[in-house]
Structures are given as structure tokens and as C-alpha cells.
Write a protein that binds this ligand. Structure first.
Ligand code: GLN
Length: 478
């Protein structure tokens, strides 16, 4: 079977009878099985997916199918789907089944997408390599000695290896874009509040967003259109109606693009990534766009600010996992205190524990103002400085990651090195703005890397428009 880049191609093959939906689902099930070594899926709902395929094929023939008929999707294991297991790749949620579906999942299913399984990720979405999963690491399909990135590493590997057509991930500091970058796919983090977080297992609530991971910008736009919009279950979601993202076209007018000098000149940036940025910047200039190198002197503060604030939020969000309400309970638990202590000690992995402790520390009396309050102030400064750039520019262009995929175990013993993986992606989460990683780079080794485009707050539609242009002009995947 050919590899489909866009749902529109699948739909035309379904319409002409070249392909059937059960045939397509079988293709993905076979590929999941032959790529089991990637460890991208924690669970596959094969029978259910096949039953849905037959049902939706019927609907299609009757002309009654939804807009996502033909779309086979994997969901990150921190997104709830009623009646199905969800674990956030943690032992502490062992055996737990979702009592309701995430709004995003409900909306996908209502448009006849087929959910084929749940994808491995870093435990509670904390990580940049998928090595923090209680269920083992995920391997990068381009080179199985390297990581697929994280925390949505299973989702990224699944789409990159064509084990499903698209996936949902979540992005708190880069968890959609960083793995998208190093597995050569498209990853979109929408504006904060564009997509409901209802049914997403919370890591850091003022940062978390669900978003699509796809092989094309076109599909990312379509998926965003389906999952975005007001939701009574999430008070932080915007009440404005989303644009018709799926209808977006590349802009006709020249754009004003900011390139952050500090990212560009960052000593950690791989020379091949920098060279690719040069080519793209030059290509855009020649097409009539304005490129300005702008100063953004906050790069060094981005990652520390992110870690103070997200660990604080995580320490509070993860307090609910107490060995009583959800999932895992220690066998040796006796009495309430020991039940909490033992269940949490045994149930959480070491990175999650490190962050709970860090977050508890920064929130503790005596340190609260020195860390948490100050980090909130720095967040405001970064947000303002970012918005200021959009006063004069339509977009900000950066590499998504400093390099292509690193080797399994390479950063495992050095949390700081791992945290620096997110140096270019975290700004969008701190500022709440939309950002996308587009697969526009390949190293001489063949390993992919992405280029990141950020847009102003609420400008997801414009972001997607220019992404289509970048993809058409500079894609390395065609
Ligand atoms: N890698 C970052 C972290 O470890 C981002 C995670 C995310 O976006 N969920 O926190």
C-alpha cells in the first residue's frame, strides 16, 4: 500500500474504490505488529478499530460519513478515551480506565476518526526522549539507536513509521514539536486555550495543550479545526469560535519574519541545522519576504523559568495520585500515611519524583517568593518581549531543536542536558502562543530535524497558512 501524506489522498482512494477502510486499518495493524520493536504503542484496539472501519465504510457509502472518515489515529497515553485504559506511561495508573473521554477525542470520534490505540510517552509527559516511560523507551524509526524525542515520542514514532495516519500529542514545553522535529513529521502546538484540556491528564495546567502530529500541514489544520473551540468543561478554553483552519491557504502577501539572533547564534546549534536555516532564510528573502534578525536576550531564562513554574504546577496536579483514588496501591500499604508514601514511592518514576520535589520546594513558605513569584514575573517579561516582536512581525522562525535525534542513554544521566533540549520550544508555552514544527531539514546522516514557526496569540490560522508555504517551498519529505 502506498504511504499517504494527507487524509484527502486517502479519501479520494476510498471514494474511487482503490482502498477500503477495513483494508486501511488492517494495513496499520500489520505495520504496528511488524514495528513492535519501536514500542510506539502501549495498547492497540484492533478489533474495535476494525469494527469502526466497517461501520464507517457503510456510512461513507451512504454519503453520511464525518469529515475524518478515513483518518486512523493514535492518541498519547495521557489523553482519556472512555472505557479504555490510560496510564500516562506511569505505574501509578496501572489498570486505570478512563471514566470519560477528552473533549478532543470526542470530537475526533464524532467526525468518524478511528482511534487505533494509545501511544507510549514520557511518564506524565515529563521528558524529551521517551526514556522516562514506565513501559520502556520508544525507538526512533530513522535510527533505532536514537530516541524519538519526548514526551510525545510514541505518537511521533507511530506517525513517522506510518503505524497510523496521525496522532494526538500534548505540549507543555515542546512535547509535540521536539519529537516531531527529530522524527521528521509536523507537530502543532495551538494557542493556549484554543483546544480544551478536558480529559488531558494534567502536568502543568497553565502550559498544557493538546495538538496534532501529522505527515502534512494540511492534516494538522484539519485536525485542529475538529478539536478546537469552546468547551464548557474547560474554563481556560477560549470562547471565540475557531477559524476554518482546514480551508486555510498560503498567504499571497510578503511576510515579515523575525529570526531570533540568540537562537541562531546559540553555541549548541548544530552547524548543519544552522546551514539549513541560512538556506531557508535566503530562500524566503528571495521570494520577497522581509527577514529581520532580532535580539531576544531572555534565552538563558526560558528553561529555568519553565522548570520552576511547571514543577510547581505538577507538584499540585500530581497530589491526586495517592494510592487511594486512582490506579496503583502498594501491596505493603497499611494505614493512610503509609499508603500514600509507599504507593507514591513505588508508583512514580524518578524524573516525576524529582519534579514533585522541586515543585514542592519552590512553593514552600520561605522560598515561594524567591522562586515561584519571581518566575511568574519573568514569565510576564518573556511574554511581553515575545508579543513586542509580533508588533513588527508576523512570525518568528527558529530551528525546533538544536540538532537531530540523540542516542538512547546519551542524556539520561544529566537532567540539565535533557532540559536544554527544549531551549527553542519553551518560549511559545511561556507566552501561550501557537507554534509548529515542520520537517524542513535532513542532516547528511539522513536524520531529520524541523524548523519552528511561531505566530502571535490566537493567530493559529495565519501560522498554518505560512506553514503551508514553507512546506511547499522547503520540504525534505517529498
Ligand atoms: N521536555 C519538556 C519537559 O520535560 C517538555 C514536556 C512537555 O512538553 N510535556 O518538561
Amino acid at each position: 500500500m502506498k504511504r499517504y501524506r494527507c487524509l484527502s489522498e486517502i479519501r479520494s482512494d476510498l471514494a474511487s474504490g482503490v482502498e477500503t477502510l477495513p483494508g486501511l486499518v488492517q494495513y496499520y495493524l500489520d505495520r504496528i505488529e511488524s514495528h513492535a520493536h519501536l514500542n510506539a504503542f502501549l495498547e492497540v484496539w484492533g478489533d474495535e478499530a476494525m469494527a469502526a472501519a466497517h461501520r464507517i465504510d457503510e456510512k461513507r457509502r451512504a454519503g453520511k460519513a464525518g469529515r475524518l472518515a478515513g483518518m486512523v489515529i493514535g492518541i498519547k497515553d495521557n489523553i482519556c478515551y472512555q472505557g479504555h485504559k490510560v496510564s500516562a506511561s506511569s505505574r501509578i495508573l496501572e489498570g486505570f480506565e478512563s471514566l470519560y473521554s477528552a473533549t478532543a477525542v470526542d470530537r475526533l470520534v464524532a467526525e468518524d476518526a478511528i482511534i487505533i490505540g494509545r501511544c507510549n510517552c514520557d511518564e506524565f509527559a515529563m521528558g524529551s526522549s521517551n526514556e522516562n516511560s514506565a513501559y520502556g523507551p520508544v525507538l526512533n524509526p530513522f535510527n533505532t539507536a536514537t530516541v524519538p524525542g519526548g514526551s510525545s515520542g510514541g505518537s511521533a514514532a507511530a506517525v513517522a513509521a506510518d503505524l497510523c495516519h496521525a496522532a494526538l500529542g500534548s505540549d507543555t514545553g515542546g512535547s509535540i514539536r521536539q519529537p516531531a522535529s527529530i522524527t521528521g513529521i509536523v507537530g502543532l502546538k495551538p494557542t493556549y486555550g484554543r483546544v480544551s484540556r478536558h480529559g488531558l491528564i494534567a502536568y502543568a495546567s497553565s502550559f498544557d495543550q493538546i495538538g496534532p502530529m501529522t505527515a502534512s500541514v494540511e492534516d494538522a489544520a484539519l485536525l485542529l479545526e475538529v478539536i478546537a473551540g469552546p468547551d464548557e468543561f474547560d474554563s481556560t478554553v477560549s470562547r471565540s469560535q475557531p477559524a476554518r483552519y482546514a480551508a486555510v491557504t498560503p498567504p499571497q502577501k510578503p511576510a515579515r519574519i523575525a529570526v531570533l539572533r540568540d537562537c541562531y547564534e546559540s553555541p549548541g546549534l548544530n552547524p548543519e541545522v544552522r546551514a539549513r536555516m541560512d538556506t531557508i532564510v535566503e530562500g524566503l528573502r528571495q521570494s520577497g519576504h522581509t527577514i529581520n534578525f532580532v535580539d531576544f536576550p531572555y534565552l538563558d531564562y526560558i528553561v529555568p523559568t519553565y522548570y520552576v513554574l511547571t514543577t510547581a504546577e505538577a507538584s499540585s496536579n500530581l497530589a491526586r495520585f495517592d494510592g487511594i483514588h486512582f490506579g496503583y496501591r502498594s501491596q505493603e500499604a497499611a494505614g493512610i500515611e503509609a499508603t500514600y508514601r509507599k504507593s507514591r514511592s513505588e508508583g512514580f518514576g524518578s524524573e516525576v519524583k524529582r519534579r514533585i520535589m522541586l515543585g514542592t520546594f519552590v512553593l514552600s513558605s520561605g522560598y515561594y517568593d524567591a522562586y515561584y513569584t519571581r518566575a511568574q514575573r519573568v514569565r510576564s517579561i518573556i511574554r511581553r518581549a515575545t508579543r513586542d516582536i509580533f508588533g513588527q512581525h508576523d512570525y518568528i522562525l527558529t530551528p525546533t531543536t538544536t540538532n537531530s535525534a540523540f542516542r538512547l542513554g546519551e542524556n539520561a544521566k544529566d537532567p540539565i542536558a535533557m532540559y536544554l533540549e527544549d531551549i527553542f520550544t519553551v518560549q511559545a508555552n511561556l507566552a501561550g502562543i501557537p507554534a509548529i514544527s515542520i520537517p524542513l531539514g535532513r542532516k547528511s546522516s539522513g536524520m531529520p530535524f524541523g524548523i519552528q514557526l511561531m505566530g502571535d496569540h490566537g493567530e493559529d490560522e495565519r501560522l498554518l497558512g505560512f506553514s503551508l508555504l514553507l512546506e511547499a517551498q522547503f520540504s525534505v519529505n517529498s
